[in-house]
Design a binder for this molecule. Structure first.
Ligand code: MLT
Ligand code: ZN
Length: 461
């Protein structure tokens, strides 16, 4: 490896790191406690540098893992032990805001919220807002096809990506499409790259479509006496013809743990509150939002709920969203856990929750569920708690397989927004048969015949 590091040092000068501290720092993302220490960390800042790195790695068959802000939850950005870690953090510029066409061209290392805030100043809206939006990179969002609460009305990352500049495994640089809203020209290379987790090419520029930024919003927190009923209410709201801009489910413990984690006890959770729905409406006309809100209240009358909290200030809205966004960190701080990112058609959500609770009884573990209920996207946290290491190690995989089989039986799939990466690849056979998997592997082979781009991810062999 030493002669390779000499090559990278010559190419990047001070932006090739092989010291222990940096290698340790880039050995993990937010996925459980997995660490793999790369041989070196490269921080290029131009497309030419990325191109030369890939050409060199391809010729020398060195594995390269692109790395964003390391906020991923499926291990997509965990490098190979002694591989090359390619950090995109110096690609941190918003290049062009095209107000006339409602588009932005950005580099991948821009923090998603910083991009959103800059656009908002111009009245423009980039909606996808993963929980980690304050620290994740837009490039990582493209790699994982990230979602977040607003996906329920506005769609996920893929719905905004118009065109990408990509460095291929052999160092060639291509644009995948055109900066247009409609495109029926050949295969859709842009959407093939979105969600491909750095296994097909390295994204160096991103063209996103934008919307006018909504000016009004309402936020409601609804306590339910039964978690299943909270899930049932989700589909009922849609059947009333309402499209909220956020419709989040939190099981009792998710909110209680988030309160403890954030030390924000401004919400009173009663003993018999089993779950909450956080419902947001947005738009440009407050009268219309109020009318939708009244319709939601009418729907809720069919369910057993306690008093609804209407956020009456921006500060209160921020507090409620903060409680929701901190659930994952709260769970992480509590116990060893395994998080699954299940997604089913919205109407099947109550059945999924009931099944999870029966699995809990069968296997004797605890689960905490929360997530983007309007999308049918439930984050299922399996908590180790007091379980013995032996039971945890022996039974966890069977529990997850049972869960995923049920998800697929309900018409869903095994990841809604966190990706497959390293930790879910062993379950891909539940979501896809061999014909489907072989097609995907053949695509990988065309893009990356030497298997240098983020090898060991998505596929189990
Ligand atoms: C969330 O919805 O909070 C995020 O997807 C993060 C997570 O579930 O771990
Ligand atoms: Zn989520």
């Amino acid at each position: 490896m030493n002669q390779h590091i000499l090559f990278f040092e010559k190419l990047l000068a001070n932006n090739c790191f092989s010291d222990e501290a940096t290698r340790q720092q880039y050995s993990h993302d937010e996925t459980e406690d997995i660490h793999r220490v790369p041989a070196c960390v490269l921080k290029p800042s131009t497309v030419e540098e990325v191109s030369q790195i890939l050409r060199y790695c391809n010729e020398n068959k060195l594995p390269v893992t692109p790395i964003g802000a390391r906020t991923g939850l499926s291990g997509g950005a965990i490098p190979l032990e002694q591989g090359v870690a390619l950090s995109m953090e110096r690609f941190n510029k918003i290049l062009t805001i095209d107000e006339k066409n409602h588009q932005v061209i950005t580099e991948p290392g821009v923090i998603t919220q910083a991009l959103q805030d800059t656009l908002k100043e111009k009245g423009l809206f980039y909606p996808p807002d993963p929980a980690s939006k304050g620290s994740c990179f837009i490039g990582g969002n493209v790699s994982e096809n990230s979602g977040g609460p607003k996906a329920v009305k506005y769609g996920v990352t893929k719905d905004y990506v118009l065109n990408l500049e990509v460095v291929l495994a052999n160092g060639e640089v291509i644009w995948t499409g055109a900066n247009v809203l409609k495109n029926a020209t050949g295969y859709n290379l842009t959407q093939l790259i979105v969600g491909s987790e750095g296994t097909l090419g390295i994204v160096t520029k991103i063209v996103l479509k934008l919307l006018p930024h909504p000016t009004e919003s309402l936020l409601l927190l609804v306590p339910f006496f039964s978690a299943e009923q909270a899930c049932e209410a989700v589909a009922a709201i849609y059947q009333q013809g309402i499209i909220p801009s956020g419709l989040e489910f939190m099981e009792r413990d998710a909110l209680v743990w988030s309160q403890e984690f954030t030390q924000d006890y401004s919400i009173k959770i009663k003993e018999n509150h089993q779950a909450h729905l956080l419902i947001e409406l947005d738009g440009f006309n407050m009268d219309l939002l109020m009318s939708d809100c009244e319709s939601i209240m009418t729907v809720l009358e069919r369910f057993e709920t306690d008093e609804v909290l209407f956020a009456d200030s921006q500060a209160q809205k921020d507090k409620l969203w903060n409680l929701r966004r901190k659930v994952a960190e709260a769970v992480r701080s509590r116990s060893i856990y395994k998080e699954e990112d299940t997604v089913v058609p919205r109407f099947a959500l109550p059945k999924l929750l009931t099944f999870i609770k029966s699995l809990e009884k069968d296997f004797g573990f605890k689960s905490v569920c929360y997530g983007h209920a309007g999308d049918g996207n439930l984050h299922v946290n399996i908590i180790k708690g007091d379980l013995s290491n032996e039971k945890w190690d022996k039974e966890l995989t069977s529990v997850i397989r049972r869960l995923f089989e049920k998800v697929v039986e309900l018409g869903g799939t095994i990841s809604g927004e966190h990706g497959i990466g390293l930790v879910q690849k062993q379950y891909m056979d539940i979501a896809f048969n061999s014909a489907q998997l072989n097609l995907m592997k053949a695509i990988k082979q065309v893009f990356d015949p030497n298997d240098i781009l983020n090898p060991g991810k998505i596929f189990n062999d």
